[in-house]
Design a protein around this ligand. Structure first.
Ligand code: ADE
Length: 290
């Protein structure tokens, strides 16, 4: 079982001491893994999400290991929630230096069948929610104090078959990352993105089990021949938030094992020889799988 203090980290202790971090969609999956890493390195963290129970369970896990964590219930589709959620986060932590826009959601569907309501919901969460959360963090704190933001997007570089809505939204966030990096650099704010490939995360369970074999097959289409881990994504997020990335803004770092550079002249082959950084994830921590 992996814990906040025993998680593998390549970063030095206390790297984020005195820093305050808000992670949306922080109760599970990649968001929680980022929160655990940041807390392990000394940051105060707020986990924001829609489900209090999940958030509190995650907060308890971090607190048990000596990290400072808080739960803030916030639906990023609601303007008032964003405004009050950011204010509450600043109140709880005494500031807001780091923001991880991880909250997102989508459902697989052929483009021709996506209903307007589903389309709007996905755009609302992944694109609009991400933008207004960042805008509110800017208005309430970062404009006058600086900060660092990481947006979690996806491997949508060749389009996103069966996920037209989220592909469009994530491409929008990729562009937003560059716009905001240009507009807000003068305020001491860096904004970058991380684009994960296929990651072994608790979020995969929400898909129909019929889809799982397709995902497993697709996950061999990269040079590691496996899925990525939450820890591998969190390591990239942590780096981009850290002072070590102080000369990096407006970039999207692909954490996809090379999936997005697939070339038909040299397709991935073999058993995969690249080691995994850390293969534990939420489902293991919360005991839902052995
Ligand atoms: N995670 C997934 N969807 C979300 C939303 N609308 N608000 C906050 N966290 C989320």
């Amino acid at each position: 079982m992996s814990t906040t203090s025993s998680i593998q980290t390549i970063f030095r202790d206390h790297l984020f001491a005195g820093k305050s971090a808000l992670i949306t969609g922080g109760g599970t999956g990649i968001g929680l893994r980022c929160a655990r890493e940041l807390a392990r390195l000394g940051a105060k963290v707020v986990l924001a999400g829609r489900t209090r129970e999940k958030l509190e369970q995650a907060v308890a896990g971090i607190s048990e290991q000596g990290g400072e964590a808080h739960a803030v219930v916030c639906n990023i589709r609601e303007a008032e929630d964003i405004e009050s959620g950011i204010a509450e986060s600043i109140r709880l932590m005494g500031g807001l230096d780091l923001l991880v826009n991880n909250a997102g959601g989508q459902f697989p569907s052929p483009a021709e069948d996506i209903p307007r309501k589903g389309w709007n919901a996905v755009i609302d969460t992944n694109l609009t929610g991400t933008f207004f959360t960042t805008q509110e963090a800017f208005r309430q704190h970062m404009r006058s104090h600086g900060g660092a933001v990481v947006n979690i997007i996806a491997d949508m570089w060749q389009g996103f078959p069966m996920m037209a809505h989220t592909g469009a939204a994530r491409a929008g966030v990729d562009n937003l990352t560059k716009t905001l990096a240009n507009e807000w650099g003068r305020h001491g704010i860096r904004i970058n993105a991380v684009a994960p490939g296929i990651i072994e995360t608790s979020g995969l369970e929400r898909y129909d089990p019929m889809v799982r074999p397709f995902i497993e097959e697709a996950a061999k289409n990269n040079q590691t021949r496996r899925m990525g881990t939450e820890a591998e994504v969190a390591a990239a997020v942590t780096f981009l938030l850290s002072p070590a990335a102080s000369y990096i803004t407006g970039v999207t770092l692909r954490v996809d094992g090379g999936q997005s550079i697939f070339h038909p002249l040299c397709p991935p082959q073999g058993d995969g020889k690249m080691p995994v950084f850390e293969d534990t994830f939420d489902r293991v921590q919360d005991g839902s799988v052995p």
